[in-house]
Design a protein around this ligand. Sequence first.
Ligand code: ZN
Length: 376
Amino acid sequence: MQEKISTISSPDLIWVRNGLYCKTPTSLKGAIKELKCIGYKVKDLRKDKDTLERCTVEQLEAGSGMLWFASLKDVRHGKCGSCGSLISTRGIQSHGHTCEVCGEVTYYELVEDSTVRFTFRGDDGFFPPELHMEVKRWDVEEGWLYLKYAFLDLGRRCLFGDEAEDYLAANTDKWELVEEDGEKLLRVKYRSGFMVPRDDDTIEMRDHFGGYRNFKIVKVWDGVEYDEYDRNFPLPDTVLLYEAWRWSPLPVTPTLHERLFRVVSQVSRKDYWYQDGRPEFKRAMYEEMGVFVRHFTSLDADAWDAAMLDFRLDGPGGIDDVAAFCHPEAVVQDEPNVGNLLVALGDAIEGRPVHPNQLAAAKRVAGDPIIKDPFH
Ligand SMILES: [Zn+2]
């Protein structure tokens, strides 16, 4: 992705992804002027209300975080699938929304033959049973979702056959059987999740498939229209500016690696990642970190360029390698969470092999008395 504006360039301005690290106040001033010229709205976080609720100006300037935030104004639009007009994105993906130009519907969340995966409300715990059924119609006004009385067998936790019937029998207060045109339908209370309070809903929607979508999101720049995620869009949507002269070079500390992962917008906690050795990082990510290492840390950047060729690409391994490079006594965060356990359990339930690391992480969680209880 293009995350760099080639006209904003000088030896005192270093890009890493959409972060622009300014080495001097003069280079920062020039960059801001240029960004505004292009059409960015540039915000000084020292004057931003939300930011100041979290920290003081002194804290902001003492840290190495961004101090300016630039975003492109008004480039995202909806494009109606019926008339092709550029329309507002506001509400465009809510059930029954219509195009402000031609009046055609832009989106239905559920239509006939959509399928829904849901659980009855009130079923707590990590693995509530789920039903997967086909939609007949959705009466949004009254808040009734009509489902065809048949259970789709899709594996995982979806109930099927007798088990599904038992689940219905255990929840008779949450559905009704009705007949329309000779067809047996099951209706449940369900209102659109976004627009109306869902207090009287009897189901919790887990997923739905096969809605009706009659729009797309486009970005328009300089009279040219691009698809929402078109890699050819010439500018980054946002630019984060840093006043690097305040803190650079960063000293070598046991947590410096955390900063390097932030630079490339990645999580530096080992438990966050899959534990089974699958590749999560790309070599290019280490190259980007290397630019930051060279310009803004006290680390040996030439040594980094050589060492990073051997850094592992899986989450926990890569984090360990970067941390070990940064400091001999690096402190790496690793707090296995319920997510690790669920992944390992899911693998075990479906008969897939569980990687030893994953098992170790899951065991540590399962042994934690605070989060163990729901599984009993
Ligand atoms: Zn239209």
